[in-house]
Design a protein around this ligand. Sequence first.
Ligand SMILES: Cc1ncc(COP(=O)(O)O)c(C=O)c1O
Length: 328
Amino acid sequence: MIIESPLDLVFRDLFYRLRNFVAGHDIFLKLEGFNVTGSIKIKTATALVEDLERRGMAQPGKTVLVESSSGNLGIALSLVCAVKGYEFICVTDPIANRSNIRGIEVYGGRVVIVKERDLVGGYLGSRIEAIDQILRSNSNAVWLNQYANLANKNVHAEETANEIAREFDKIDWIFVGTGTTGTLAGISEGLRGRFPKVKIVAVEPAGSVTFGGMPGKRHIPGIGASVRPELADLANPDQVVVMDERKTIEACLSLVRDHHLLVGGSTGTVLAAVQQIGPAFARGDTVVAISPDLGEKYLDTIYDGAWAESIAAYDASFATASHPAAAE
Ligand SMILES: Cc1ncc(COP(=O)(O)O)c(C=O)c1O
């Protein structure tokens, strides 16, 4: 295989068969973490930029692309912008980990870190304010806005869903973790027409509000949202599973122990949901789950015993201390 650009490093037909993952059932894990920049987000990043180009809203060497991200999309956009000749500014906050920031910077992106918390104690409001300032001060700046941008959904309807449909004669269940909900909404749109009986399961971490959950502190990046993304209106899952982060950690550890693959936190969350729903699978059902990234970048968190214990301790104290307030 000879490639002409790093953007060609997208592996569309990689499915890891997890034998007997749930008693009597193999699960097919769609692996996106071998893509360049290490995640499914390279597809989103390419699509967001090419959508602007198609609409005549981006000119290499002139347009400055702006996005708020602390992880996978930021790195992916930084690469896409470098390849295509755009300046890229990534707005993030002090919670973003250093290797992500360095990843964005080495591809040539500029990182703006907001320092002030917003009125509700998070950083989202401050990030949006910083983006506003950049847009006001530079008429060539364009905000990609992954949480509302239809191109984020469309790329998964046109690409990810087709990649799955090409591999299987039928699909009975598909499990998708949700952040912006672009992957979920796109896969749903792309698969429902072809597989009318498919059951689409959205997987959310506890503390995310996207499908009506109570807001709460979350520690695992990539999935969940503290403000419901606009794209979620276009996602219509058959079922929503809310997963405790402790179960996510357990699922990551057992996958590496039993199936020898180190996966990211959102994959662990999705696999924990597969295990929970497993008793509902019928004989012969084809079950697919999306794995957005791999686990190396989580070695100091999810795969670190002390970190995992601190999460468990935090969650236990939250469970006892916060329920009365949550019920108000
Ligand atoms: C590791 C990981 N998993 C899952 C997701 C969620 O995907 P989406 O934003 O399409 O809902 C993301 C999004 O950034 C991610 O980085």
